[in-house]
Design a protein around this ligand. Structure first.
Ligand SMILES: Nc1ncnc2c1ncn2[C@@H]1O[C@H](COP(=O)(O)OP(=O)(O)O)[C@@H](O)[C@H]1O
Ligand SMILES: [Mg+2]
Length: 300
């Protein structure tokens, strides 16, 4: 379990992380989501003792990271996949890690296989790795000591869609076996795919947190539906006649009502639907608000 309590980190008069508190539970994948500059990396650096906090603290399994003996056996960390000697091969990097942690070298082959780096690729130097390969190696390095907690900063960066799916399977399996996973991302859809819990950060502050399903669904102020009919005009008229608010959206309509109500209206009026679904949006709206704030500040 990771416990962040009242964490603040200032750089001069600038507050990068502002009184942040949250918990990452074992058996869950927690997504740490926020636009660039939100304070994700700073928070994670404090977690693993690389940056001292200005106030507050982070404990992992009840201990400060720096107090954990042989931390790699308990906490797997991937903050920057490129932060390794570029002249070393992937295998050499894992060998050094294994030796530092006192692990048998058989563990290296297991990890290489787990992250699908071939023996030939493991003999290439890091400088010749693609970002996706570096991320896979970084994940192998983080898992080397068979830790019970994983802290990964933007691990999906540089992975292709198949790689993201692979990582999702890996992290879900890891959490199902009781592991604690915290991963950050600046992309909502990445976190949505992988995480069970979400923590949304903007300008150093937590703006929303909770179970992913609750956040995605419950955060919606009013139910909204996206619907496309063969005859959108007829459907719009029928919905308006019921007193529902209708607006054009893409190929179809956006209606402020539950999908079942829209479907019923269509059925009663014998209108053929080609698409009917709940509009997700509140979380995305919130996230975009944060992002646009950041952009405005950069312009100003
Ligand atoms: N060493 C530092 N000195 C000054 N400012 C920093 C330092 N590290 C991070 N920051 C600032 O803190 C803010 C948060 O950065 P960071 O935690 O890297 O955000 P994220 O990982 O969410 O993109 C940014 O505005 C960044 O410029
Ligand atoms: Mg970052």
């Amino acid at each position: 379990m990771i416990t962040v309590e009242g964490l603040t980190r200032k750089y001069g008069s600038f507050t990068a992380v502002d009184d942040v508190s949250f918990v990452c539970q074992p058996g869950r994948v927690t997504g740490f989501l926020g636009p660039n500059g939100a304070g994700k990396t700073t928070t994670m650096r404090v977690m693993v003792g690389l940056t001292p906090p200005t106030a507050g603290r982070v404990t992992i399994g009840g201990h400060l990271y720096n107090d954990i003996p042989n931390p790699g056996r308990h906490v797997g960390v991937l903050l920057d996949a490129s932060a390794q000697h570029a002249g070393r091969t992937g295998r050499e990097i894992l060998e050094l890690g294994a030796r530092t942690m006192g692990l048998p070298s058989t563990r290296i082959d297991e990890m290489l296989e787990l992250v699908s780096l071939t023996p030939a690729e493991s003999k290439r130097r890091l400088r010749n790795y693609s970002l996706g390969m570096k991320q896979r190696l970084g994940i192998a390095h983080a898992l080397l000591g068979d830790p019970s907690v994983l802290i990964l900063d933007e691990p999906a960066n540089g992975l292709d869609p198949a790689g993201i799916r692979w990582m999702r399977g890996l992290l879900k399996g890891y959490a199902e076996r009781g592991g604690t996973v915290l991963l950050s991302s600046h992309l909502l859809n990445e976190v949505e795919l992988i995480a069970d819990e979400m923590i949304l950060i903007g300008h150093g502050r937590i703006v929303a947190q909770g179970d992913k399903k609750t956040l995605l669904a419950g955060a919606t102020h009013t139910a909204a539906t996206l619907v496309t009919a063969l005859d959108n005009e007829a459907l719009a008229a029928a919905l308006s006649a019921r007193g529902l608010t209708v607006a054009p959206a893409g190929e179809g309509l956006r209606v402020d009502a539950e999908p079942v109500e829209v479907g019923r209206t269509a059925a009663e009026n014998s209108i053929v639907l080609v698409d009917l679904r709940a509009a997700e949006g509140a979380l995305e709206d919130l996230f975009l608000e944060l992002t646009s704030d950041t952009q405005r500040e950069e312009v100003a």
